[in-house]
Structure formats: structure tokens, C-alpha cells
Design a protein around this ligand. Structure first.
Ligand SMILES: [Zn+2]
Length: 112
């Protein structure tokens, strides 16, 4: 597919909200509609015109929703684990940096 036909497809599926702005095209993550795409007004909730519309008129097959919800749960667990490991690595890096600084100070003292 050429780039211009992708552009025209995007224009075909693009939506404008009641404000006349390009609507956001997002993915729902609720258990009932996981993975389903929708459009909404790009403004924050308090100033939004309230425009909101499903991209597709029907829900995904139940099996697809189950798989998406299961994978999303696993992804969330992985993110928590990744953040825990990142904190450990950050702590190790800081300790290593502190050790090197102490070593550097000792070497300066010895060579003085
Ligand atoms: Zn709007």
C-alpha cells in the first residue's frame, strides 16, 4: 500500500468532535471492551464537547476480549516487576558511584 493511500485511509476514518477538532483515536482497556477502538473529543473532560464514538459498531468476539484482558494483566505484572528491578539497578549504580568517589578521594590523598 502506498503512503498516499494510507493517508487517504486515515482521512476516511478520521473523525471530528463537535468542537471541530480532530478526535483522538484510542483503545479501551475495560474488561468488557478491551482492545476496542474509539474516538473522543481531544479536550480534557471539563471542557470536552462530550463527543465519543466506537470506531467499530460491534464488540470484539468474547474469546478475543478474554485473551486481551489476560495479556493486559500479564503486562501490568511485568511493568511492576520491571520498575522493581529498575529501582534495584538504580540503587546498585548509586552504590557503585559512591564507592568510586571514595576510592578517587583516597587516591588523591595517597598521591598528595
Ligand atoms: Zn470537542
Amino acid at each position: 500500500m502506498s503512503e498516499s493511500s494510507i493517508d487517504s485511509l486515515e482521512k476516511l476514518y478520521a473523525r471530528r468532535c463537535h468542537c471541530g477538532l480532530n478526535a483522538l483515536n484510542l483503545t479501551a482497556w475495560t474488561d468488557l471492551n478491551a482492545g476496542r477502538r474509539f474516538y473522543k473529543c481531544p479536550r480534557p473532560k471539563v471542557t470536552s464537547c462530550g463527543y465519543w464514538e466506537w470506531q467499530d459498531k460491534q464488540q470484539l468476539p468474547p474469546r478475543a476480549v478474554t485473551v486481551i484482558v489476560d495479556l493486559k494483566g500479564k503486562l501490568d505484572v511485568m511493568k511492576v516487576e520491571r520498575n522493581k528491578l529498575k529501582r534495584i539497578v538504580d540503587g546498585m549504580e548509586k552504590a557503585e558511584r559512591d564507592n568510586l568517589e571514595i576510592l578517587f578521594e583516597e587516591m588523591k590523598f595517597i598521591s598528595a
